[in-house]
Design a protein around this ligand. Sequence first.
Ligand SMILES: [Zn+2]
Length: 149
Amino acid sequence: MHLVTTYNNIQTSRQNFNFIFSNNEDKYEQWKHFYSLVPFLLYYAVLLSEALVSTFAKRPESVIDLVDMQRDFGFILYVGNSSYVNNNRNFMRVVSDIKRTLTLKCPKCSKSISFGIGNLKSFYQQLKIKCSHCKAVLQFKYTEYGATI
Ligand SMILES: [Zn+2]
């Protein structure tokens, strides 16, 4: 495929034909673009696979899936730390959509727990979430049947 275009969103640089004439600066930009896009495609592929599997292998709604939550939180943290992605409105809209779906009520005070950077990192690294209202720390643990707090 020989894509050479002046279309704004995928415009090729001058003398760019299948990367043959790429200089070091061009190569850096191409790798940077690759590594900013591939995680989104892989994340989407995982979600798509899980949606397909869930059509014939349903999980009980009561089971909290920590692996799913860790993956989602890690993805949000990755996107938040990527300067290339941070400057892209479409990528940030995807992150906002994911964050909007995160809902958890504190078992101590029954108020909604917010998922700022601190809770995202804490959960991703240690499976802990802190309620900003009552300051309770919720420690999640893997069990044979899913997870517990
Ligand atoms: Zn609380």
